[in-house]
Design a protein around this ligand. Structure first.
Ligand code: HEM
Length: 206
């Protein structure tokens, strides 16, 4: 794939939250509860990037510009990167590899259960995101990658369950997610009346 300035710019945007987190860590800027801060920060960014990646297909269809789709895989993989950090923070810094506690947490705390299922579902998606896998899986690739809507739903439920008092932020995330789901289902209908779509190079577009 041709990597131009725009590609590096988007890449830097995906990496910037991580660099910011590292900067906070090395400058003692994570506050009184660094583990909680890292967990929340990585959880937020995983959701931000997942929703941004989901917005790219409807944007492409509405604007008729393929440029948006170029970054879907990259942003999806960044979302996976942040959920790996999120999960590792919980596993290593929060649970200290105490396997009994880990299993108990996954089984007994519903918000952890759904987050964990979402994380497991993301693994096959990340593994099959290469161009080779797109070609090898054919139409099954699209079916597998539609799972992203199940993952998004679980991620929002996870957020809604873990927040005890003010649920406004997870409700805003949930509303954006529902809007993207509606766009996903409706845009192909509206797009029939728009000018023809530019031909796509990658061949993969759920
Ligand atoms: C797709 C998967 C996931 C998404 C989208 C996600 C997202 C989030 C978000 C948005 C937050 C709250 C951030 C905030 O309050 O600012 C959060 C918190 C948290 N998540 Fe996740 N998460 C996911 C998976 C997981 C997994 C796999 C685990 C562990 C097994 C986990 C454990 C936690 C914990 C312990 C908290 C903090 C809870 C608290 O402060 O009481 N998450 N997550």
């Amino acid at each position: 794939m041709m990597r131009d300035r725009l590609w590096y710019g988007v890449f830097l945007c995906g990496l910037a939250p991580f660099l910011w987190l590292v900067l906070l860590a090395v400058t003692d800027g994570l506050g009184a509860n660094p583990i909680e801060r890292i967990t929340h920060f990585t959880g937020d960014w995983q959701l931000n990037l997942l929703l941004t990646a989901l917005a790219l297909s409807p944007l492409r269809r509405l604007t008729r510009k393929n440029i948006f789709i170029r970054f879907r895989r990259m942003l999806g993989l960044f979302a996976f990167f942040y959920v790996c950090l999120h999960f590792s923070t919980w596993l290593v810094l929060d649970q200290f590899f105490d396997w009994n506690d880990i299993v108990r947490d996954i089984v007994k705390r519903p918000f952890i259960t759904v987050g964990f299922i979402a994380f497991l579902l993301l693994i096959p998606m990340a593994v099959t995101s290469t161009r080779k896998m797109v070609q090898r899986l054919g139409p099954n690739w699209r079916k597998l990658h539609s799972c992203v809507y199940v993952i998004g739903t679980l991620g929002i439920i996870h957020y809604l369950w873990l927040v005890k008092a003010d649920k406004l932020v997870p409700i805003i995330y949930g509303s954006i997610f529902i809007l993207l789901l509606v766009l996903r289902l409706q845009v192909p209908q509206w797009a029939k009346n728009l000018p023809a779509l530019q031909p796509q190079r990658t061949g993969a577009q759920p």
